[in-house]
Design a protein around this ligand. Structure first.
Ligand SMILES: [Zn+2]
Ligand SMILES: [Zn+2]
Length: 267
């Protein structure tokens, strides 16, 4: 099953909250028979910013570690990417990052709301408990739509991230999903099924099945990724994710090489 799949959302210790170096992930990927492996650590910022991303001065080390894995496992295709935070007003930095490496893809993420709060950081979970759920979801999805339309990203990460701790607004959540799916469809931007949600409080993959169904109806391309922050998490939940994708009608997943998209049939 794994040969037809790639895992493109994998972190390294350089982001300061993950374990497992690229060679260790590559060894595991070969053991699993994974079709492709891609790294996408949290993007560096020009100056100190927060404590959960790669430092700018560590970029050369990132490239070296990925090269080391490529040299040690030549039978495995290894891609180079970044998971980039969309921060309004700071788009130029993402464009600058483009020129700093031989990237295969940039994943776009919304972890920060415009007011600076982080949707997935336990530090801010009190805001959900205080009943701010609707406001957080509205702010998040508006930002998500702007991130998609920025054109900065090759595909988008974990769509419904604000459900991480299990707090969801009442009623039909398609009112949040539909505008986001429209933005993806209009810009031709793929998104990922991110299996990390199964390891979080929400106990559900990102995004919810309703989002997936809307995205399939709008012909938005799909990837399946684990968001691994440890070697044991590589390709975690992929069998379930494939079933889910096929269940809403998907027949293929996207791959990237030097920012060019191609498609592989689902197993
Ligand atoms: Zn992370
Ligand atoms: Zn993320």
């Amino acid at each position: 099953m794994f040969t037809a799949l790639a895992d493109y959302h994998v972190h390294t210790p350089l982001c300061r909250h993950a374990t497992g170096w690229p060679t260790e992930f590559a060894r595991r990927a070969v053991a699993l028979g994974l079709g492709e492996l891609g790294f996408a650590d949290h993007n560096p910022m020009p100056a100190s910013f927060d404590d959960w991303r790669m430092l700018r001065e560590d970029l050369p080390r990132y490239f070296d570690e990925v090269e080391k894995a490529r040299a040690q496992f030549p039978q495995l295709t290894i891609r180079l990417g970044l998971e980039c935070d969309f921060l309004e007003g700071r788009e130029a930095w993402i464009e600058e990052l483009r020129g700093l490496g031989e990237w295969d893809y940039f994943i776009g993420s919304v972890h920060y709301l415009p007011d600076g709060a982080e949707v997935d950081n336990p530090k801010y979970v009190g805001r959900y408990r205080d009943g701010d759920v609707d406001a957080i979801w509205s702010a998040y999805w508006q930002t998500y739509g702007r991130a998609v339309r920025s054109g900065l990203f090759d595909f988008m990460a974990h769509p419904d991230l604000p459900k991480k701790f299990g707090y969801r607004p009442a009623g039909d959540l398609c009112r949040f999903y539909a505008p986001a799916v429209a933005a993806l469809a209009e810009t031709g931007t793929p998104f990922e099924i991110n299996t990390a949600g199964w390891r979080k409080g929400c106990q559900e993959q990102y995004p919810a099945r309703d989002f997936l169904a809307l995205a399939h109806a709008a012909q938005v391309p799909l990837l399946i990724n684990s968001d691994a922050h440890a070697v044991a998490e590589l390709a975690a939940g992929f069998a379930e994710a494939v079933e889910l994708a096929k269940g809403v009608g998907y027949t293929q997943t996207a791959r990237f090489h030097q920012r060019q998209i191609s498609f592989v049939p689902l197993p």
